[in-house]
Write a protein that binds this ligand. Structure first.
Ligand SMILES: Cc1ncc(COP(=O)(O)O)c(C=O)c1O
Length: 503
């Protein structure tokens, strides 16, 4: 289904210059600003408020907008880093980060793999023509039907624990098929401590695991083609430690004639939501000052996002995704490949090349950097006793959220209808449709220098990685947001296949 609201002109030239971006950002600014990065396709769309409004009127508020061109660019940037170093790299898109099928189709067309985390993710990827050998299944919990599908299709199963190993062995024996597996490990040591994880076999148990695998592989029930890990956080040093400590396991597996060909370091490749390092640094300073009572709060109820002040000292850890960080994905991969491998002569690249090992990555969030935004309509404005305002959107908190406490970049306010009465300049909060006091769409205190009118649109930029779907719920019987794929060149949107098939 294609909806063409009749505004088919290409984006105006001013859509792409710096002044145009400043204008877009000027309608809604944090009391301590965190200006979002805005891609060219987003600027083009945001400069046509009446077109945007027609999409929301037709498909509902909020709607998620998707555009896969940045995905292609992000994949190619990683591939370039590897080819510059003559390293075999396989990128597998971690689909859990966004359910829209446009990215599965794009991954398929690029010839890269998809990391699937559930039976539906897997069967959809197969139905969309992804080659089974390019797929992996990393589901945290694997029930028998999922394992049977992997076996039947020849999809690599990333094994996490003994019970999974038992199940896969049993189902392989029953079906007469060989399971292709990759062994997930945890328990890597870095800087004198073990990196904590609940996932994978403990490295210290690798010897026992290898002994256990002998019978299953001798009987042809299993073929170990890889080793795997996925670490919390974004620290490249942790990945260097993991690669270094997985190499002896690869050697031991190969000594037992397992045809190990890849080493998979999972996802967690960093990205940034703001380009301004100073803005992010100032935000953190001002946030701490607010917690210490040295300035007015900059968050709802002085929310610490995981920090709290006690006796004049701030304790805890900031729970937000790092809105600015350096390096981001391609430079991070370069740093991983160029790192020296402790205890071995040479660098990661040499260790991989010497062993003819393919490096696998499973990025989710960072491949989706720049691909999405979430748009909602203002339904009411309301002044509170303390002088702040709440701006009520047709949207709920789960529609732009992850397990982190906030998506802390400045949203954009797009005025649509010049006839609607506007408030004067106001300051306050974006509130959502669930019935709790804490139903804030972002906990940041925001300024609206040009006022707010009913019917304005609020845009949450860069939401494709996890923010749209990771925790979305249908509480209060609200429908899920629709996912629209934007063709920025002709102003058309098309419902993503995930919604055409019923979500
Ligand atoms: C096994 C595995 N691979 C890849 C990913 C994707 O991580 P990211 O989106 O941070 O790149 C995850 C995320 O949880 C994961 O658990």
């Amino acid at each position: 289904m294609s909806t063409r609201p009749g505004v088919d002109a290409p984006p105006p030239p001013e859509a792409i210059d710096g002044a145009g971006v400043d204008r877009l950002r000027s309608g809604c600014v944090g009391v301590v600003p965190l200006p979002a990065r805005i891609e060219a396709w987003q600027r083009a769309v945001l400069h046509r408020p009446e077109l945007l409004r027609s999409w929301i009127d037709r498909h509902g508020s909020p709607s998620n907008l998707h555009h896969p061109a940045p995905f292609v660019r992000n994949v190619r940037a990683l591939q370039q880093v590897a080819s510059d170093r003559d390293i075999d790299l396989e990128v597998l898109f971690a689909r859990k980060a966004d359910k829209a099928l446009i990215y599965v189709d794009t991954a398929r067309d690029l010839g890269i793999g998809v990391d699937t985390a559930s039976e539906v993710e897997l069967t959809e990827a197969l139905a969309h023509g992804c080659a089974p050998r390019t797929l992996v299944c990393t589901a945290a919990v694997k029930a028998a039907p999922l394992v049977r599908t992997c076996l039947a299709e020849g999809v690599t199963i990333v094994l996490d624990n003994d019970d999974e190993l038992d199940l896969v062995e049993r189902l392989a024996a029953a079906s007469g098929l060989t399971a292709i597996v990759s062994l997930r490990f945890g328990g890597f040591r870095h800087d004198g401590r073990v990196l904590p994880t609940r996932f994978g076999f403990d490295l210290d148990d690798a010897g026992a695991l290898l002994r256990r695998l002998r019978e299953a592989t001798d009987l042809g029930r299993m073929r170990v083609e890889g080793v795997h890990c996925h670490l919390d956080g974004y620290d490249v040093e942790h990945r260097v430690a993991a690669v270094t400590q997985l190499l002896p396991v690869v050697d031991a597996l190969r000594a037992e004639r397992h045809p190990v060909r890849h080493l998979d370091v999972g996802g967690g490749l960093p990205m940034r939501y703001v380009d301004d390092a100073d803005a992010w640094a100032s935000f953190q300073v001002e946030h701490r000052r607010a917690l210490l009572g040295e300035r007015d709060p900059i968050t709802w109820n002085n929310d610490g996002y995981g920090l709290h002040a006690h006796d004049g000292v701030v304790h805890g850890a900031l729970g937000l995704y790092p809105m600015y960080q350096d390096p981001v994905a391609p430079a991070w991969l370069a740093a991983l490949l160029d790192a020296s491998v402790p205890g071995q002569a040479g660098r990661t690249i040499a260790a991989l090349r010497d062993r003819a090992l393919t490096l696998r990555l499973e990025p989710g969030r960072s491949l989706l950097d720049g691909c999405g935004m979430t748009v909602a309509r203002v339904e009411h404005r309301k002044r509170h006793r303390d002088g702040t305002w709440s701006v009520g959107l047709a949207m709920n908190r789960t529609q732009c959220a992850t397990a982190k406490p906030d998506h802390a970049i400045d949203p954009l306010l797009i005025a649509v209808d010049g006839d609607e009465p506007r408030t004067g300049p106001v300051e306050g909060w974006l509130t959502g449709a669930y019935c709790t006091e804490a139903e804030l769409l972002t906990r940041r205190r925001l300024r609206f220098p040009g006022g707010v009118a009913r019917g304005d649109l609020v845009v949450f930029p860069n939401t494709a990685g996890y923010l749209m779907h990771f925790v979305e719920s249908r509480s209060h019987r609200f429908p899920l947001a629709r996912n629209l794929v934007v063709d920025a060149t002709n102003g058309a949107v098309e419902l993503d296949a995930v919604d055409r098939h019923g979500g």
